[in-house]
Design a protein around this ligand. Structure first.
Ligand SMILES: Nc1ncnc2c1ncn2[C@@H]1O[C@H](COP(=O)(O)OP(=O)(O)O)[C@@H](O)[C@H]1O
Ligand SMILES: [Mg+2]
Length: 297
């Protein structure tokens, strides 16, 4: 209840897949002022895959994420935007406990994947990071063959009991990642020999191969050219049918193209959450407005 009271709701329908396009514009004088640091909009959804409540992250003394509460809806693409250093990557890494690997980083609060409290002491992070997979800014294939890049996860997680099954997982993962037709005749060649866009799709295939439920992407296109970016964006839209996706992007057009909901962060605070459509046309917080109109960041 406490986290709910920290939210200024302004009558937006929570995420259900459809939004009214005919909302009235919020008048300038009714927008939340810049000094307001409570989350504006609707951070919670009816069909949550992940729920985050009162999340704080510290790097030593530095308070990098301040009391963030938000849901990630089932089969949605949630975009996280905001100026450099606002905490997007830090928050994303909370969702699969990747911050555990960062020296001096401390995460507080409650994060659940369905019914599982992912910070519970009994949780093994290895299967958790398969369930909540991650794709990084710079494509990082292993120095192995294309085949082995995709087969590695299923092997260590025991998801294939024979070579034939493994072949099947590799093929279906590469197909889902939209890469199969480009690499099916050279699976034994090194993954690092592919183009940047192909490498990023290989990394997506690698994440898919271990049957994730949620895929986290941290600026997955920032090292790609516009054509490779378009291919990956199309892929994100296709993957959404089967997976829940959280994508960090500094590219607002990209957020508008691929996501249904957008979260705007500013200096560690979650400032505003809402349908992507609404955030970009009718922001309710002045800081969001400053950012999307290019006045800040
Ligand atoms: N490993 C770290 N140690 C100390 N401070 C960090 C570390 N990683 C990030 N930070 C700080 O936390 C804040 C948020 O960083 P980050 O999550 O990387 O922002 P973003 O992804 O939005 O650019 C920044 O002030 C950054 O300097
Ligand atoms: Mg970042």
């Amino acid at each position: 209840m406490e986290s709910m009271s920290a939210v200024l709701t302004t009558g937006e329908t929570p995420f259900l897949g459809a939004y009214s396009m005919t909302q009235e514009k919020v008048r300038q004088e009714d927008k939340a002022p810049r000094e307001n640091r409570m989350t504006v909009g609707v951070p919670f959804v009816d069909y949550a895959r992940m729920t985050c409540r009162g999340v704080n992250v510290y790097y030593g003394e530095k308070h990098a994420i301040n009391n963030v509460s938000i849901d990630v809806g089932r089969n949605e693409v949630l975009a996280m935007i905001g100026p450099s250093g606002c905490g997007k990557s830090t928050f994303l890494r909370c969702l699969n406990r990747m911050n555990d690997t960062v020296e001096g980083c401390r995460v507080e609060g409650d994060i659940q994947l369905d019914e599982l409290n992912i910070y519970d002491k009994s949780v093994d992070v290895v299967p958790l990071r398969a369930q909540v997979g991650m794709v990084f800014q710079k494509p990082n294939p292993f120095p192995k063959s294309i085949y082995d890049n995709v087969a590695y996860g299923p092997k260590i997680h025991g998801l294939a009991s024979s070579r034939a099954e493994l072949d099947e997982v590799v093929e279906s993962s590469l197909k889902k990642a939209g890469l199969w037709s480009e690499v099916s005749d050279r699976l034994d060649q090194p993954g690092t020999g592919l183009s940047g866009g192909q490498q990023q799709r290989l990394c997506i295939a690698r994440a898919i191969a271990v049957r994730p439920e949620v895929i986290l992407m941290d600026e997955p296109c920032s090292a790609l050219d516009p054509i490779a970016t378009a291919t990956v964006e199309d892929l994100i839209s296709e993957l959404q049918e089967q997976y829940t996706i959280v994508i960090v992007t500094h590219n607002m057009q990209q957020a508008a193209r691929v996501s249904q909901r957008t979260a705007y962060f500013h200096l560690g605070d979650l400032i505003e959450v809402g349908s992507t459509d609404r955030i970009f046309t009718n922001p309710r917080h002045r800081l969001t407005e400053d950012y999307i109109t290019g006045r800040f960041g």
